[in-house]
Design a protein around this ligand. Sequence first.
Ligand SMILES: Nc1ncnc2c1ncn2[C@@H]1O[C@H](COP(=O)(O)OP(=O)(O)OP(=O)(O)O)[C@@H](O)[C@H]1O
Ligand SMILES: [Mg+2]
Length: 446
Amino acid sequence: MRVGLDFGTTNSSAAVYCDGQVHLVPLDSDQPVPTVLRSALFIGRDGRASLGRPAIDRYTEGNVGREIVYERIFLGVERMTFADIGTVEQALFADVDANAPGRLFLSLKMALPDRSFTGTDVFGTRWTIEELVALMLRGIHERIAADLGEPVTELVIGRPVHYADPQGDDIAISRMQTAAEVAGLPPVRFMPEPTAAALHYALGADKAAYVLVFDFGGGTLDVTVMHVTPQGEHRVLATDGVPVGGDLLDRRIVMGKLHPHFGAGATLGPRHLPLPAYLLDHLDGWQSIVELHKPQALKVIDEVIITGDRKPELLALRSLVRENYGLPLYEMVERSKRDLSTETEVKMSMDVGAIHFAEPLQRWDFERLIGPDVRAVRDCIERALHAAGVKAEQIDVVVRTGGSSRIPRFVRLLSEMFGAEKLEEVDVFTSVASGLGIAAASGIGA
Ligand SMILES: Nc1ncnc2c1ncn2[C@@H]1O[C@H](COP(=O)(O)OP(=O)(O)OP(=O)(O)O)[C@@H](O)[C@H]1O
Ligand SMILES: [Mg+2]
Protein backbone atom coordinates (compact mmCIF):
# COMPACT_ATOMS: atom_id res chain seq x y z
CA MET A 1 0.00 0.00 0.00
CA ARG A 2 1.32 3.46 -0.91
CA VAL A 3 0.83 6.07 1.75
CA GLY A 4 1.05 9.87 2.09
CA LEU A 5 2.59 11.30 5.25
CA ASP A 6 2.42 14.91 6.38
CA PHE A 7 5.21 15.22 8.95
CA GLY A 8 4.22 18.61 10.37
CA THR A 9 5.93 20.98 12.77
CA THR A 10 2.96 20.78 15.15
CA ASN A 11 0.79 17.95 13.82
CA SER A 12 1.30 14.90 11.61
CA SER A 13 -1.24 12.92 9.58
CA ALA A 14 -1.17 10.05 7.11
CA ALA A 15 -3.58 9.02 4.37
CA VAL A 16 -4.17 6.39 1.70
CA TYR A 17 -6.27 6.81 -1.40
CA CYS A 18 -8.17 3.93 -2.92
CA ASP A 19 -11.44 3.47 -4.84
CA GLY A 20 -11.77 7.23 -5.16
CA GLN A 21 -11.75 7.72 -1.39
CA VAL A 22 -9.20 9.19 0.99
CA HIS A 23 -8.75 7.23 4.21
CA LEU A 24 -7.03 9.10 7.03
CA VAL A 25 -5.00 6.77 9.24
CA PRO A 26 -5.62 7.03 13.01
CA LEU A 27 -2.12 7.84 14.27
CA ASP A 28 -3.07 8.64 17.88
CA SER A 29 -6.07 6.44 18.56
CA ASP A 30 -6.63 7.52 22.18
CA GLN A 31 -7.12 11.16 21.27
CA PRO A 32 -10.37 12.99 20.46
CA VAL A 33 -9.12 13.51 16.88
CA PRO A 34 -7.20 10.26 16.28
CA THR A 35 -6.17 11.17 12.73
CA VAL A 36 -4.04 14.12 13.89
CA LEU A 37 -0.89 13.19 15.83
CA ARG A 38 0.80 15.94 17.82
CA SER A 39 4.41 16.00 16.52
CA ALA A 40 5.93 15.40 19.95
CA LEU A 41 8.58 12.93 21.13
CA PHE A 42 9.50 12.13 24.72
CA ILE A 43 12.48 9.97 25.68
CA GLY A 44 12.47 8.82 29.28
CA ARG A 45 15.48 8.21 31.48
CA ASP A 46 14.72 4.51 30.99
CA GLY A 47 15.06 4.97 27.20
CA ARG A 48 11.32 4.42 26.64
CA ALA A 49 9.92 6.77 23.99
CA SER A 50 6.38 8.18 23.62
CA LEU A 51 4.82 9.92 20.63
CA GLY A 52 2.04 12.48 20.35
CA ARG A 53 -0.05 13.88 23.19
CA PRO A 54 1.18 11.15 25.62
CA ALA A 55 4.72 12.51 25.08
CA ILE A 56 3.65 15.95 26.28
CA ASP A 57 1.68 14.41 29.16
CA ARG A 58 4.72 12.41 30.34
CA TYR A 59 6.86 15.55 30.28
CA THR A 60 4.22 17.57 32.11
CA GLU A 61 3.71 14.90 34.78
CA GLY A 62 7.41 14.29 35.36
CA ASN A 63 9.24 17.53 34.65
CA VAL A 64 6.88 20.46 35.12
CA GLY A 65 6.73 21.89 38.63
CA ARG A 66 9.84 19.97 39.66
CA GLU A 67 12.93 21.86 40.78
CA ILE A 68 16.01 20.98 38.80
CA VAL A 69 18.71 19.56 41.02
CA TYR A 70 22.23 19.58 39.71
CA GLU A 71 24.64 16.89 40.68
CA ARG A 72 28.35 16.94 39.94
CA ILE A 73 29.23 13.63 38.35
CA PHE A 74 32.69 12.21 37.86
CA LEU A 75 33.41 11.52 34.20
CA GLY A 76 36.94 10.12 34.44
CA VAL A 77 40.54 11.16 34.40
CA GLU A 78 42.18 12.99 31.52
CA ARG A 79 45.94 12.58 31.02
CA MET A 80 47.90 15.31 29.26
CA THR A 81 51.61 15.18 28.54
CA PHE A 82 53.64 18.39 28.31
CA ALA A 83 57.23 18.62 27.10
CA ASP A 84 58.60 20.43 30.14
CA ILE A 85 56.31 19.22 32.88
CA GLY A 86 55.64 15.60 32.02
CA THR A 87 52.25 13.90 32.36
CA VAL A 88 49.50 15.66 34.25
CA GLU A 89 46.29 13.97 35.36
CA GLN A 90 43.08 15.91 35.68
CA ALA A 91 39.73 14.71 36.99
CA LEU A 92 36.78 15.63 34.75
CA PHE A 93 33.33 16.45 36.13
CA ALA A 94 30.02 17.47 34.60
CA ASP A 95 26.95 19.07 36.10
CA VAL A 96 23.86 17.03 35.22
CA ASP A 97 20.25 17.37 36.21
CA ALA A 98 20.16 14.60 38.80
CA ASN A 99 16.62 13.39 38.41
CA ALA A 100 15.03 14.75 35.23
CA PRO A 101 12.58 12.04 34.19
CA GLY A 102 12.92 12.69 30.47
CA ARG A 103 13.46 14.94 27.47
CA LEU A 104 10.70 16.33 25.28
CA PHE A 105 11.16 17.30 21.64
CA LEU A 106 8.64 19.52 19.84
CA SER A 107 8.83 21.17 16.40
CA LEU A 108 11.71 18.85 15.44
CA LYS A 109 10.94 19.57 11.79
CA MET A 110 12.13 23.14 12.26
CA ALA A 111 15.47 21.89 13.61
CA LEU A 112 16.12 20.02 10.33
CA PRO A 113 17.51 23.03 8.39
CA ASP A 114 19.49 24.29 11.39
CA ARG A 115 23.18 23.67 10.66
CA SER A 116 24.14 24.45 14.24
CA PHE A 117 21.87 21.74 15.67
CA THR A 118 23.34 18.35 14.87
CA GLY A 119 22.00 16.49 17.85
CA THR A 120 21.79 16.41 21.60
CA ASP A 121 22.72 14.41 24.65
CA VAL A 122 19.89 12.44 26.26
CA PHE A 123 21.03 11.01 29.59
CA GLY A 124 24.53 10.33 28.41
CA THR A 125 23.59 9.00 24.97
CA ARG A 126 24.17 11.17 21.93
CA TRP A 127 21.18 11.38 19.61
CA THR A 128 21.64 12.99 16.21
CA ILE A 129 18.77 15.00 14.76
CA GLU A 130 18.36 12.26 12.14
CA GLU A 131 18.01 9.60 14.87
CA LEU A 132 15.42 11.65 16.75
CA VAL A 133 13.35 12.16 13.60
CA ALA A 134 13.86 8.47 12.72
CA LEU A 135 12.41 7.46 16.09
CA MET A 136 9.26 9.44 15.30
CA LEU A 137 9.03 8.16 11.72
CA ARG A 138 9.46 4.55 12.86
CA GLY A 139 6.63 4.93 15.39
CA ILE A 140 4.37 6.55 12.79
CA HIS A 141 5.20 3.87 10.21
CA GLU A 142 4.35 1.09 12.69
CA ARG A 143 0.97 2.69 13.40
CA ILE A 144 0.20 3.04 9.70
CA ALA A 145 1.11 -0.59 8.96
CA ALA A 146 -0.96 -1.78 11.94
CA ASP A 147 -4.01 0.20 10.81
CA LEU A 148 -3.78 -0.89 7.17
CA GLY A 149 -3.05 -4.50 8.04
CA GLU A 150 -0.58 -4.71 5.18
CA PRO A 151 2.94 -3.47 4.51
CA VAL A 152 3.61 0.05 3.32
CA THR A 153 5.37 -0.16 -0.04
CA GLU A 154 6.07 3.53 -0.62
CA LEU A 155 5.73 6.75 1.36
CA VAL A 156 5.22 10.19 -0.13
CA ILE A 157 6.28 12.64 2.56
CA GLY A 158 5.41 16.34 2.44
CA ARG A 159 8.04 19.02 2.58
CA PRO A 160 7.69 22.76 2.99
CA VAL A 161 8.53 24.74 -0.14
CA HIS A 162 11.27 26.34 1.96
CA TYR A 163 12.28 25.11 5.41
CA ALA A 164 14.65 28.07 5.60
CA ASP A 165 17.13 29.51 3.11
CA PRO A 166 17.95 27.34 0.04
CA GLN A 167 21.05 25.86 1.71
CA GLY A 168 18.99 24.99 4.77
CA ASP A 169 16.50 23.26 2.45
CA ASP A 170 19.18 20.94 1.09
CA ILE A 171 20.35 20.02 4.59
CA ALA A 172 16.79 19.45 5.80
CA ILE A 173 15.88 17.15 2.91
CA SER A 174 19.08 15.17 3.18
CA ARG A 175 18.53 14.76 6.93
CA MET A 176 14.96 13.59 6.28
CA GLN A 177 16.31 11.05 3.76
CA THR A 178 18.80 9.76 6.30
CA ALA A 179 16.13 9.65 9.03
CA ALA A 180 13.89 7.59 6.74
CA GLU A 181 16.75 5.15 6.12
CA VAL A 182 17.64 4.92 9.81
CA ALA A 183 13.96 4.25 10.57
CA GLY A 184 13.97 1.42 8.01
CA LEU A 185 11.09 2.94 6.04
CA PRO A 186 10.07 1.70 2.59
CA PRO A 187 11.20 3.93 -0.32
CA VAL A 188 10.23 7.56 0.23
CA ARG A 189 9.84 10.54 -2.03
CA PHE A 190 9.04 14.14 -1.18
CA MET A 191 6.39 16.53 -2.46
CA PRO A 192 5.83 20.21 -1.62
CA GLU A 193 3.07 20.40 0.99
CA PRO A 194 0.90 23.07 -0.69
CA THR A 195 1.01 21.12 -3.97
CA ALA A 196 -0.39 18.14 -2.08
CA ALA A 197 -3.16 20.30 -0.61
CA ALA A 198 -3.93 21.53 -4.14
CA LEU A 199 -4.25 17.91 -5.36
CA HIS A 200 -6.71 17.22 -2.57
CA TYR A 201 -8.70 20.28 -3.58
CA ALA A 202 -8.57 19.32 -7.27
CA LEU A 203 -10.25 16.00 -6.49
CA GLY A 204 -13.48 17.82 -5.68
CA ALA A 205 -13.14 20.54 -8.34
CA ASP A 206 -16.12 20.85 -10.69
CA LYS A 207 -14.68 23.35 -13.16
CA ALA A 208 -11.33 24.46 -14.52
CA ALA A 209 -9.78 26.99 -12.17
CA TYR A 210 -6.68 28.82 -11.11
CA VAL A 211 -6.16 27.86 -7.48
CA LEU A 212 -3.87 29.45 -4.94
CA VAL A 213 -3.19 27.27 -1.90
CA PHE A 214 -2.34 29.15 1.27
CA ASP A 215 -1.00 26.53 3.70
CA PHE A 216 -0.09 28.24 6.95
CA GLY A 217 1.04 25.82 9.68
CA GLY A 218 3.10 25.78 12.85
CA GLY A 219 6.51 26.21 11.18
CA THR A 220 6.09 27.56 7.68
CA LEU A 221 3.83 29.35 5.23
CA ASP A 222 3.65 27.54 1.91
CA VAL A 223 1.99 28.75 -1.27
CA THR A 224 1.23 27.00 -4.55
CA VAL A 225 -0.40 28.46 -7.64
CA MET A 226 -1.96 25.71 -9.71
CA HIS A 227 -4.34 25.23 -12.63
CA VAL A 228 -6.78 22.37 -12.14
CA THR A 229 -9.50 20.79 -14.27
CA PRO A 230 -12.40 18.54 -13.20
CA GLN A 231 -10.78 15.75 -15.27
CA GLY A 232 -8.06 15.69 -12.65
CA GLU A 233 -5.47 17.48 -14.75
CA HIS A 234 -3.32 19.87 -12.83
CA ARG A 235 -0.37 22.07 -13.56
CA VAL A 236 1.78 23.62 -10.83
CA LEU A 237 2.61 27.15 -11.98
CA ALA A 238 4.66 28.29 -9.00
CA THR A 239 5.45 27.55 -5.36
CA ASP A 240 6.91 29.77 -2.67
CA GLY A 241 7.28 29.73 1.08
CA VAL A 242 8.73 31.41 4.15
CA PRO A 243 9.70 30.09 7.58
CA VAL A 244 6.88 32.00 9.28
CA GLY A 245 4.38 29.90 11.22
CA GLY A 246 2.30 29.59 14.36
CA ASP A 247 5.33 28.88 16.60
CA LEU A 248 6.83 32.25 15.63
CA LEU A 249 3.56 34.05 16.33
CA ASP A 250 3.45 32.49 19.83
CA ARG A 251 6.95 33.80 20.43
CA ARG A 252 5.91 37.28 19.29
CA ILE A 253 3.25 37.30 22.01
CA VAL A 254 5.61 36.17 24.78
CA MET A 255 8.36 38.60 23.77
CA GLY A 256 5.97 41.48 23.11
CA LYS A 257 3.58 41.18 26.05
CA LEU A 258 4.83 38.97 28.85
CA HIS A 259 8.39 40.13 29.62
CA PRO A 260 7.27 42.52 32.39
CA HIS A 261 5.89 39.55 34.33
CA PHE A 262 9.36 37.98 34.37
CA GLY A 263 11.42 40.95 35.48
CA ALA A 264 11.74 43.27 32.47
CA GLY A 265 12.61 46.74 33.72
CA ALA A 266 14.16 45.46 36.95
CA THR A 267 17.32 47.23 38.05
CA LEU A 268 20.09 45.75 40.14
CA GLY A 269 21.86 47.13 43.19
CA PRO A 270 22.43 50.72 44.29
CA ARG A 271 23.77 51.69 40.87
CA HIS A 272 20.55 50.45 39.20
CA LEU A 273 22.32 48.26 36.67
CA PRO A 274 20.07 46.67 34.06
CA LEU A 275 19.05 43.01 34.17
CA PRO A 276 21.38 40.98 31.88
CA ALA A 277 19.53 41.04 28.54
CA TYR A 278 20.19 37.40 27.70
CA LEU A 279 17.92 36.24 30.53
CA LEU A 280 14.77 37.64 28.92
CA ASP A 281 16.07 36.94 25.39
CA HIS A 282 15.86 33.28 26.34
CA LEU A 283 12.09 33.46 26.77
CA ASP A 284 11.97 33.25 22.95
CA GLY A 285 10.68 29.66 22.84
CA TRP A 286 10.15 27.04 25.54
CA GLN A 287 13.28 25.17 24.46
CA SER A 288 15.43 28.25 24.93
CA ILE A 289 13.96 28.69 28.43
CA VAL A 290 15.25 25.17 29.11
CA GLU A 291 18.71 26.36 28.00
CA LEU A 292 18.74 28.61 31.09
CA HIS A 293 18.96 25.41 33.16
CA LYS A 294 22.75 25.65 33.00
CA PRO A 295 24.15 26.07 36.53
CA GLN A 296 25.80 29.35 35.55
CA ALA A 297 22.52 30.92 34.42
CA LEU A 298 20.70 29.59 37.50
CA LYS A 299 23.33 31.28 39.65
CA VAL A 300 22.85 34.60 37.83
CA ILE A 301 19.07 34.37 38.37
CA ASP A 302 19.59 33.72 42.11
CA GLU A 303 21.90 36.73 42.30
CA VAL A 304 19.53 39.12 40.52
CA ILE A 305 16.78 38.11 42.94
CA ILE A 306 19.00 39.30 45.81
CA THR A 307 20.06 42.59 44.22
CA GLY A 308 17.10 43.36 41.94
CA ASP A 309 14.14 45.60 42.71
CA ARG A 310 11.27 43.68 41.12
CA LYS A 311 11.36 40.67 43.39
CA PRO A 312 7.99 39.01 42.63
CA GLU A 313 8.71 39.13 38.89
CA LEU A 314 12.28 37.89 39.28
CA LEU A 315 11.02 35.08 41.50
CA ALA A 316 8.57 34.27 38.69
CA LEU A 317 11.53 34.09 36.28
CA ARG A 318 13.31 31.72 38.65
CA SER A 319 10.22 29.54 38.90
CA LEU A 320 9.74 29.58 35.10
CA VAL A 321 13.26 28.30 34.58
CA ARG A 322 13.90 26.12 37.63
CA GLU A 323 10.53 24.47 37.78
CA ASN A 324 10.15 23.94 34.03
CA TYR A 325 7.11 26.14 33.44
CA GLY A 326 8.33 27.15 29.97
CA LEU A 327 6.14 24.63 28.18
CA PRO A 328 2.96 25.51 30.16
CA LEU A 329 3.68 29.19 29.39
CA TYR A 330 3.91 28.51 25.66
CA GLU A 331 0.89 26.18 25.69
CA MET A 332 -1.18 28.87 27.44
CA VAL A 333 -0.07 31.47 24.89
CA GLU A 334 -0.80 29.16 21.97
CA ARG A 335 -4.32 28.50 23.35
CA SER A 336 -4.88 32.24 23.79
CA LYS A 337 -3.77 32.88 20.21
CA ARG A 338 -6.23 30.26 18.95
CA ASP A 339 -9.02 31.79 21.03
CA LEU A 340 -8.21 35.17 19.47
CA SER A 341 -9.33 33.73 16.13
CA THR A 342 -12.90 33.76 17.44
CA GLU A 343 -12.78 36.31 20.30
CA THR A 344 -11.60 39.91 20.08
CA GLU A 345 -9.98 39.82 23.52
CA VAL A 346 -8.53 37.02 25.66
CA LYS A 347 -7.00 36.87 29.10
CA MET A 348 -3.58 35.25 29.34
CA SER A 349 -2.90 34.09 32.87
CA MET A 350 -0.72 31.76 34.93
CA ASP A 351 -0.98 30.88 38.57
CA VAL A 352 1.68 28.24 39.25
CA GLY A 353 4.83 28.16 41.38
CA ALA A 354 5.92 31.77 41.90
CA ILE A 355 4.28 32.85 38.63
CA HIS A 356 1.08 34.84 39.09
CA PHE A 357 -0.18 37.15 36.39
CA ALA A 358 -3.19 37.95 34.26
CA GLU A 359 -2.63 39.92 31.10
CA PRO A 360 -5.33 40.79 28.58
CA LEU A 361 -4.53 40.52 24.90
CA GLN A 362 -6.66 42.24 22.33
CA ARG A 363 -6.86 41.10 18.77
CA TRP A 364 -5.69 44.46 17.43
CA ASP A 365 -2.65 44.29 19.72
CA PHE A 366 -1.78 40.77 18.53
CA GLU A 367 -2.06 42.08 14.96
CA ARG A 368 0.35 44.87 15.83
CA LEU A 369 2.85 42.35 17.24
CA ILE A 370 2.77 40.25 14.08
CA GLY A 371 2.97 43.19 11.66
CA PRO A 372 6.34 42.17 10.17
CA ASP A 373 5.10 38.60 9.68
CA VAL A 374 1.98 39.78 7.86
CA ARG A 375 4.23 41.72 5.47
CA ALA A 376 6.48 38.68 4.93
CA VAL A 377 3.39 36.61 4.12
CA ARG A 378 2.05 39.18 1.66
CA ASP A 379 5.44 39.35 -0.09
CA CYS A 380 5.54 35.57 -0.35
CA ILE A 381 2.10 35.44 -2.02
CA GLU A 382 3.06 38.21 -4.42
CA ARG A 383 6.27 36.40 -5.38
CA ALA A 384 4.31 33.21 -6.09
CA LEU A 385 1.78 35.07 -8.28
CA HIS A 386 4.57 36.83 -10.14
CA ALA A 387 6.47 33.58 -10.75
CA ALA A 388 3.26 31.91 -11.96
CA GLY A 389 2.56 34.82 -14.33
CA VAL A 390 -0.97 35.06 -12.93
CA LYS A 391 -2.66 38.21 -11.59
CA ALA A 392 -4.59 38.17 -8.32
CA GLU A 393 -7.84 38.84 -10.28
CA GLN A 394 -7.27 35.68 -12.34
CA ILE A 395 -7.22 33.43 -9.26
CA ASP A 396 -10.59 31.68 -8.98
CA VAL A 397 -10.18 30.01 -5.59
CA VAL A 398 -7.92 30.60 -2.59
CA VAL A 399 -7.66 27.44 -0.51
CA ARG A 400 -6.97 28.21 3.13
CA THR A 401 -5.43 25.30 4.98
CA GLY A 402 -3.11 24.75 7.98
CA GLY A 403 -4.06 25.85 11.51
CA SER A 404 -2.65 29.37 11.27
CA SER A 405 -4.77 30.09 8.17
CA ARG A 406 -7.66 30.60 10.63
CA ILE A 407 -6.10 33.77 12.06
CA PRO A 408 -8.44 36.65 11.16
CA ARG A 409 -5.56 38.98 10.19
CA PHE A 410 -4.49 36.58 7.44
CA VAL A 411 -8.06 35.93 6.33
CA ARG A 412 -8.36 39.70 5.96
CA LEU A 413 -5.08 39.90 4.03
CA LEU A 414 -6.31 37.25 1.58
CA SER A 415 -9.71 38.97 1.28
CA GLU A 416 -8.00 42.25 0.44
CA MET A 417 -5.76 40.59 -2.15
CA PHE A 418 -8.30 38.28 -3.80
CA GLY A 419 -11.83 39.10 -2.58
CA ALA A 420 -13.57 37.39 0.34
CA GLU A 421 -15.85 35.40 -1.98
CA LYS A 422 -12.89 33.43 -3.37
CA LEU A 423 -11.66 32.09 -0.03
CA GLU A 424 -12.39 28.51 0.91
CA GLU A 425 -11.23 26.80 4.10
CA VAL A 426 -10.30 23.20 3.31
CA ASP A 427 -9.59 20.48 5.93
CA VAL A 428 -7.22 22.63 7.91
CA PHE A 429 -5.28 19.80 9.57
CA THR A 430 -5.51 16.99 7.00
CA SER A 431 -5.61 18.40 3.47
CA VAL A 432 -1.85 17.97 2.98
CA ALA A 433 -1.88 14.32 4.12
CA SER A 434 -4.91 13.62 1.89
CA GLY A 435 -3.17 15.13 -1.13
CA LEU A 436 0.01 13.17 -0.40
CA GLY A 437 -2.10 9.99 -0.21
CA ILE A 438 -3.56 10.82 -3.62
CA ALA A 439 -0.08 11.51 -5.03
CA ALA A 440 1.21 8.21 -3.59
CA ALA A 441 -1.62 6.14 -5.06
CA SER A 442 -1.56 7.78 -8.48
CA GLY A 443 2.18 8.13 -8.88
CA ILE A 444 1.85 11.92 -9.24
CA GLY A 445 5.19 13.70 -8.93
CA ALA A 446 7.15 10.42 -9.15
N1 LIG B 1 -7.96 28.44 15.33
C1 LIG B 1 -6.68 28.76 15.22
N2 LIG B 1 -6.26 30.04 15.20
C2 LIG B 1 -4.97 30.37 15.10
N3 LIG B 1 -3.98 29.47 15.03
C3 LIG B 1 -4.31 28.17 15.06
C4 LIG B 1 -5.66 27.73 15.16
N4 LIG B 1 -5.68 26.37 15.18
C5 LIG B 1 -4.40 25.99 15.10
N5 LIG B 1 -3.57 27.04 15.03
C6 LIG B 1 -2.10 27.03 14.92
O1 LIG B 1 -1.78 26.27 13.77
C7 LIG B 1 -0.51 25.65 13.96
C8 LIG B 1 -0.63 24.18 13.63
O2 LIG B 1 -1.15 24.06 12.35
P1 LIG B 1 -0.82 22.78 11.44
O3 LIG B 1 -1.19 21.54 12.14
O4 LIG B 1 -1.46 23.05 10.12
O5 LIG B 1 0.76 22.91 11.34
P2 LIG B 1 1.81 21.83 10.82
O6 LIG B 1 1.27 21.22 9.58
O7 LIG B 1 2.17 20.93 11.92
O8 LIG B 1 3.06 22.78 10.52
P3 LIG B 1 3.93 22.96 9.18
O9 LIG B 1 3.05 22.65 8.02
O10 LIG B 1 4.32 24.40 9.22
O11 LIG B 1 5.08 22.05 9.34
C9 LIG B 1 -0.12 25.89 15.41
O12 LIG B 1 0.84 26.92 15.46
C10 LIG B 1 -1.41 26.33 16.05
O13 LIG B 1 -1.20 27.22 17.12
MG1 LIG C 1 1.43 21.61 7.58
